[in-house]
Design a protein around this ligand. Structure first.
Ligand code: SF4
Length: 342
């Protein structure tokens, strides 16, 4: 643990060169490759990319919640600085200290609440358990705090819901419970992994509005993992685009949407239905939705060059031979051989 410094100076979470490797009998497969980003107090960073790009694995590596039925190696740094200015490397913390931090100062909302909530405990018991563990409250005070948490996420008839089981609730309600569980100890960093993907559009909008309000109220930092660029445009200040386990572009959200610098980001934005609709209205005809041709590469067969090379319309001979260096003032910039236009 480092000496306290002015907390506002340092990012709440500073990830440097995070690499997560799956260790198998027949070799090692790096699935997260040198990921770096800063997340400042009260800010939202979106981690975007296709399924399998390493977004969730990045989050699970930071939380030290990688699947126990596999063997992993993590390297790099994940420096968490709390409100008192104490900095700790999440990857190096002893298990006991990490357990104290997780669910208290750093929390996570998972994509599918039904797989994360315990089906044999009431939601009240599950929320109160976290309060008792991290805040040391007694049974009755913890139940009262759980009730407040359910009210905070605007669950109707919260007192009655405390004694219900997850299967008695709708998907949107369960997701609110997950948010209540994550927020009950007032974390300084919240990692939300596709928190609305399984919900219909109306509920999705309600949950996102709720998370924005809670962030405004508490000043927490939010790492928002999603493949939905519409959500990114409305809820993030900065964006890190991931492809094949690495960040290929990192930018301010306005800059990214106005001038995407990496061919993969350009492809992702071209796939947006809204863009196609705008263009088709402008041109007075229907326009087919675009896609990015090809598939993401198999992670155990990555070559020496750019991992996007097989799908990139701007590919040059050197792209397949040599991995592109980062262009820009890290963590901002992109990884590409194309010359960066000013
Ligand atoms: Fe495309 Fe080459 Fe840039 Fe990779 S390095 S994104 S292949 S232009």
């Amino acid at each position: 643990m480092s000496a306290p410094v002015a907390a506002s100076v340092l990012p709440r979470l500073q990830v440097c060169g995070l690499t997560t490797t799956l260790v198998q009998r027949d070799g090692q497969v790096p699935l997260v490759r040198g990921v770096s980003f800063d997340l400042h107090a009260g800010r939202t960073l979106a981690l975007v990319g296709e399924s399998g790009s390493g977004k969730s694995l990045t989050a699970l590596s930071l939380m030290r919640l990688l699947a126990r039925n596999a063997s992993w190696q993590c390297s790099g740094q994940a420096l968490f600085t709390d409100a008192a200015g104490q900095t700790r490397d999440l990857l190096q913390l002893p298990d006991g200290e990490m357990r104290q931090l997780r669910g208290h100062q750093i929390a996570m909302i998972f994509q599918e609440p039904m797989t994360c909530l315990n089906p044999v405990l009431t939601v009240g018991e599950q929320i109160a358990e976290s309060v008792r563990l991290h805040l040391g409250l007694g049974k009755s005070a913890a139940r009262q705090r759980a009730l407040q948490a359910l009210e905070q996420v605007e669950i109707p008839a919260a007192r009655q819901r405390l004694d219900e089981y997850p299967h008695q609730m709708s998907g949107g309600m369960r997701q609110r419970v997950m948010i209540a569980m994550a927020m009950v100890c007032e974390p300084q960093v919240l990692i939300a992994d596709e928190p609305t993907t399984a919900l219909d559009v109306t509920i999705q909008a309600q949950i996102l509005a709720l998370m924005s309000r809670l962030q405004r109220d508490t000043g927490m930092s939010l790492l928002f993992i999603t493949h939905n660029l519409g959500v990114v445009a409305h809820h993030a200040e900065r964006v890190a685009v991931m492809y094949a386990g690495e960040v290929v572009e990192h930018a301010d959200v306005h800059a990214l949407f106005a001038h995407p610098a990496h061919p993969y980001t350009q492809g992702l934005l071209a796939c947006l239905p809204g863009r196609a609709r705008q263009l088709s209205l402008k041109e007075g005809r229907r326009m087919a939705l675009q896609d990015i041709p090809g598939q993401a590469p198999a992670m155990n067969r990555l070559g020496a060059g750019c991992s996007f090379a097989e799908r990139c319309a701007s590919r040059m001979p050197q792209c397949s031979l040599q991995a592109p260096a980062w262009q820009g003032d890290a963590p901002q910039g992109r990884a590409c051989h194309l010359e960066l236009r000013s």
